[in-house]
Design a protein around this ligand. Structure first.
Ligand SMILES: Cc1ncc(COP(=O)(O)O)c(C=O)c1O
Length: 429
């Protein structure tokens, strides 16, 4: 394929300044009525939370405390999607000439966000966290006699991927309980429980950064340090690898993924990062341990590209990935994390004052992120969610686990004032 836009032009876009938000990619006709990139950029003040909120088309008369579940597209992302869609619709074959450069721009933007030591070559572009989990577990070179350890607090997608891995390879899969009461979880205890559950032939540990069952954020860096100590002196094929499902930390926590110390990291870009729906990434630094599973169309070669599933995709979404990172960076990763922590802390403190409510998620910001789970003495979570929406216009969600909880998630589309409204509503239930 002969790209019509130079690679240099496009790769440069991952480093766009805030003033250029929404200006990535080749020029294509704007769909009728859509604001131009220049208009979007001019209207957006990333330092003003009202202006940030105004970038989202989320219904104004609802309080969106489940916005993380699947991203609404902020204006720069929407504009980019519209532009690519219009280009594809107008001259599909001609616009597809840009695909290598546009995919590389998405990969470069993801690598840039993952941390200074992340290379674009090591980033596979996926549709979701689950796809990354599945691709890796399907390709890992494990065999009978190998052991895999996960936790009792992980997502059903992880258990399914590991069940398939066990059937394919004959490896055993075990689960360890990392805490008894989430609210009083303790980082040192978590690391100790995990370490004590390891076996000599444990080749893989699979954990979730922030549990969507309880809101507990695992001390991944400390776990990595413990594993690094254990791996010291071992041949690469004997090391214990760490795979992290990072979805509820990615875009919510102010930390470089490469500093977590894990070997593989899978995440959607379509939850806390508010990227295009149906986009995700799988990053790795130990690709020798896994074989590609699906045919790749990505060029040039490199482990992340080989792990990127080929075929034609809903490209307008994938190609709009750089705008999501640019939007996030323009607001500031640290500011976003602070905003989430501030609201989550306010919410947990307020909920703890309501006699009928029990807060499940740890109060400690170091052991939690934006997910806040609680239970109500008299109301099942489903009923609480129904009444919050029907009576108070508050959108909440339920944890999809055996012990379901009510889940409230402050983010960049909610405000401290709205948290107060939620607290008043919860007290009135
Ligand atoms: C911990 C966890 N991992 C993965 C997922 C699925 O994410 P994705 O839609 O990106 O596959 C969810 C929830 O949707 C989740 O809570």
């Amino acid at each position: 394929m002969e790209p019509s836009v130079s690679r240099r032009t496009l790769l440069g876009t991952s480093l766009l300044t805030p003033a250029l938000v929404g200006c990535t990619g080749p020029v294509a006709p704007d769909p009728a009525g859509a604001p131009s990139d220049a208009e979007s950029a001019a209207a957006f003040d990333p330092q003003d939370w009202d202006s940030v909120r105004a970038q989202f088309p989320l219904q104004a008369d609802l309080l969106h405390f489940a916005a993380f579940q699947l991203a609404a597209h902020p204006r720069p992302v929407r504009t980019a999607i519209d532009r690519h869609r219009a280009g594809l619709d107008a001259d599909t074959t001609g616009y597809l000439d840009n695909d290598v450069d546009l995919e590389e721009a998405a990969r470069a933007a993801a690598a840039d966000y993952l941390g200074s030591s992340a290379k674009p070559d090591d980033v596979a572009l996926t549709d979701s966290t689950t796809m990354g989990m599945g691709l890796l577990c399907a390709g890992l070179r494990l065999g009978r006699g190998h052991d895999v350890l996960t936790s009792e607090h992980d997502f059903f997608g992880t258990y399914d991927a590991l069940g398939k891995l066990a059937s394919r390879t004959g490896a055993s899969v075990r689960r360890v309980r990392l805490y008894d009461e989430p609210a009083t979880a303790n980082a040192g205890d978590i690391v100790t429980r995990l370490r004590d559950a390891l076996r000599p032939r444990t080749r893989l540990v699979v954990l979730t950064w922030v549990h969507s069952s309880t809101g507990v954020r695992l001390p991944i860096s400390r776990i990595s340090a413990m594993l690094a100590e254990r791996n010291a002196g071992r041949a690469p094929a004997e090391r214990t690898l760490l795979l992290v499902d990072g979805i509820h930390g990615f875009g919510a926590v102010d930390q470089d993924v490469t500093d977590l110390g894990c070997d593989f990291f899978t995440s959607g870009i379509h939850k806390w990062m508010f990227g295009p729906r149906g986009t995700g990434l799988l990053w790795g630094r130990a690709w020798d341990a896994a074989a590609p599973v699906l045919p790749s169309f990505s060029m040039p070669e490199g482990p992340g590209r080989l792990a990127t599933p080929g075929g034609y995709h809903s490209f307008e979404h994938r190609w709009a990935v750089p705008e999501a990172f640019t939007f996030h960076r323009a607001i500031g990763r640290a500011r976003i994390a602070r905003r989430i922590t501030e609201q989550a802390t306010q919410l947990k403190a307020g909920l703890a004052e309501i006699p009928a409510v029990t807060v499940i998620t740890p109060a400690d910001p170091e052991l939690s992120a934006g997910l806040v789970m609680c239970s109500h003495d008299r109301l099942a979570p489903f009923e609480a969610v129904r009444r919050l929406r029907a009576e108070h216009r508050i959108v909440a969600s339920i944890t999809p686990y055996d012990d379901p909880y009510l889940r409230l998630a402050p983010s960049i589309v909610t405000t401290p004032e709205e948290v107060d409204t939620v607290l008043t509503a919860m007290a009135a239930l």
